[in-house]
Ligand binder design. Structure first.
Ligand SMILES: [Zn+2]
Length: 453
């Protein structure tokens, strides 16, 4: 059993890097493509790497790596140092790195700066024990994982793709498959019922989030009581605002990750249901109500499919109105046995004539065979450290594993733990952090020097 000798340094480094608010911002010039905070976090991690005796390289601020050893192949451990904005609802300082009752709080503690530091100190403990790899080890520190992955698009062509890897950025035990991601933009002409004008509809910020707000502004309705009664009837949480230009209904939902739409409450669905009840029975609003409504399995869009790894999910993440056309962004996660073309073909066949597929984009599914060396080793490491069976799981989220040809997500969240990534009061317990350093250190030991147990 490997002992983490520098436990206190690991905790301190995690606190310090959490205190750097590495939220994406406009470029701050040369070497800082994602802004000042992210550049500082990357420099901090690389400096720690050098302090611990490793070689480091900064790839123009897009990403960096911390390297140990030589070998014909490279083992890449893909972490990221950028974080999503703190958001509302914190009872702690999101960039304070405080420890209370054994919990280290802050944005990025579990996603993904804490795991990144655990990997670094796990590798340091290995090196200090005299261990030598047969594969070159690279801890790759991406800086744009939460947005467009421009970090990996810049880094991989220059540094090369590691032949094998894992990413500590999802869940344990081992994620052997990730659904395909398909983002589609649908649009259609607005048609209002007689006497009512839909002045505006705006909901959600990003397709990959379940929208917790949708604002609908109407003209031509005077009876606020009718709106309140209808909201009650459809089970909507709604506030009313009134000014001289009309009534605005603000629908409230519960935010969640777009790959798990069933765990949130979609505010756009309630807005569509309200409009339907008010007589919007034609055009795009009617289509969206009838074909998406409250469902998140793609059934009304002709794409309700599933395989042994689970069902397709669809999240209506954003709705907007411009030039009398309503546009929605739908985030579709399809099972690994389907291709993007198959899903698109089914989807276009299911659209009515007056609805247009404006654009689409996405990432293909990922599947690594359960018999592969990568999965077998990670399963053994997990079982040894937890005493639990290392089941293979499938997720809808997209991790960095997709950036390589032979990589999977491995941790950091244990089965049964609450998912705190992107939530207020995100934390990692100190014991969890130390455990991660042990597990990741051993995973690197076994993958970096395969063939010996
Ligand atoms: Zn992450």
């Amino acid at each position: 059993m490997m002992i983490i000798g520098n436990r206190d340094e690991l905790i301190q480094a995690t606190q310090e890097i959490v205190r750097i608010a590495s939220v994406k911002d406009a470029s701050a010039g040369e070497g800082k493509p994602f802004g000042e905070g992210i550049a500082r976090a990357l420099e901090y991690a690389l400096a720690k790497g050098r302090e611990l005796g490793f070689k480091t390289e900064n790839f123009s601020g897009y990403a960096g790596h911390i390297e140990f050893g030589e070998g014909p192949e490279t083992l890449g451990v893909l972490c990221h140092l950028d974080v999503v904005p703190a958001g509302e609802g914190w009872s702690m300082d999101p960039f304070g790195g405080e420890i209370i009752d054994g919990k280290l709080y802050g944005r990025g503690t579990i996603d993904d700066k804490g795991p990144a530091m655990a990997v670094l100190y796990g590798l340091a403990a290995l090196k200090d024990s005299g261990w030598q790899p047969r594969r070159r080890i690279r801890i790759i520190l991406g800086c744009d994982e939460e947005s467009g992955w421009d970090c990996m698009h810049h880094y991989l062509p220059i540094a090369g793709k590691p032949e094998i890897g894992f990413t500590p950025d999802a869940e344990f035990p081992v994620i052997s498959s990730e659904k395909g991601i398909l983002m589609v933009e649908l649009s259609g002409a607005l048609q209002c019922p007689k006497g009512i004008e839909l002045v505006d509809i705006q909901g959600g910020n990003r397709p990959n989030m379940v929208p917790d707000r949708c604002r609908v502004k109407l003209r031509g309705i005077e009876d606020e009581g009718l709106l309140v009664k209808t909201a009650t009837k459809i089970g909507a949480k709604m506030d009313l605002e009134r000014d001289e230009s009309g009534i605005t209904m603000v629908f409230k939902g519960v935010s969640a990750h777009g790959s798990m739409p069933e765990t949130g409450v979609n505010a756009i669905s309630y807005a569509l249901a309200m409009l339907h009840h008010l007589g919007f029975e034609q055009g795009i609003i009617n289509f969206l109500y009838e074909h998406i409504g409250f469902s998140h399995d793609g059934r009304g869009l002709n794409i309700e499919v599933k395989d042994a790894f689970g069902p397709l999910t669809a999240n209506t993440g954003v709705i907007s109105l411009e030039d009398n056309r309503v546009k929605v962004l739908v985030d579709i996660r399809y099972p690994v046995s389907f291709t993007q073309e198959q899903i698109l073909d089914r989807l276009t066949a299911g659209l009515s004539a007056d609805v247009t597929l404006l654009s689409h984009g996405g990432k293909g599914p990922l599947h690594v065979d359960g018999d592969s060396q990568l999965i077998q080793i990670l399963q053994r490491v997990y079982e040894k450290h937890t005493g639990e069976e290392a089941k293979l799981i499938s997720i809808g989220g997209g991790t960095y594993a997709r950036a390589l040809d032979n990589a999977v997500a491995f941790g950091p969240v244990f089965p049964g733990q609450t998912e705190l990534a992107h939530q207020p009061d995100e934390y990692i317990s100190v014991s969890h952090l130390v455990k991660l350093a042990e597990i990741y250190g051993e995973a690197i030991a076994k993958l970096g020097r395969p063939g010996r147990d």
